[in-house]
Design a protein around this ligand. Sequence first.
Ligand code: NDP
Length: 248
Amino acid sequence: MANRLALVTGGNGGIGTEICKSLSAAGYRVVTTCVDAERERIEDWQAAMRQDGYEVDWVECNVANFDACAAMAKEVEAKHGPVEVLINCAGITRDAFLHKMDVDNWNAVITVNLNSAFNVTRQFIDGMRERGFGRIVSIASVNGQTGQFGQTNYSAAKAGLHGFTMALAKEGARKGITANTVAPGYIATEMTEAIPEDVRKGILAKVPAGRMGRPDEIARVVAFLVADESEYINGALIPINGALFCSF
Ligand code: NDP
């Protein structure tokens, strides 16, 4: 696997942190993006990771902004060399029923969850094609598969993300590049802590597993998908949702 370099967007979030840990434990060199280093206290996060035995570098970048992503890519590659593994994990929710949703909340969610995949992946795809190796995993959601009340924006973005994956998988298949989607169900992170308690209880009641998922349960699948040996898994969507939604 030759000490490959992995970039994780939103790597300091709930799921992203576990992805950084599992990739680092598997021997990858790992860099995360963070929106605003000062506000996020990223150095504290980095120090806590280091204490747990994980060495992860960080770079400031708003993935909603294409030019910022271009600058970030230059910075990362100048410091660490080529990015061979990319995890599109950054995401936000801005929930409201469509009849109450304003255009800012529509645009913010589409931009951060979907346009970001273009903004970031576009920076690295040429290099991956030239070198004949790349692994791209995008974190979507069960709500992109089923739709969810109050989430027309989020469901559209996450469904769109898998369209992106499928097309990219075809484009990269003969170049040693894979693109896959992971679709988590309800995972215990700050994002789901923001769901009102009564709504969360209602959701949990419908999860056959009877509990929320853990971020490490997502991370282990990501690590599996990006392995050199996983080349024939391409264009797939892997649901991880405690049997909340099953399909074939
Ligand atoms: P968190 O809120 O913990 O993490 C989200 C991460 O994305 C944070 O690091 C956040 O940075 C970053 N981020 C947000 N906006 C931007 C931006 N403009 N530029 C760069 N980074 C940004 O959420 P989770 O860990 O729960 O979610 C991770 C991914 O998993 C998301 O894509 C989410 O949609 C998806 N997901 C989560 C589920 C869950 O149940 N938790 C279920 C299904 C999917 P900052 O801290 O600065 O905001």
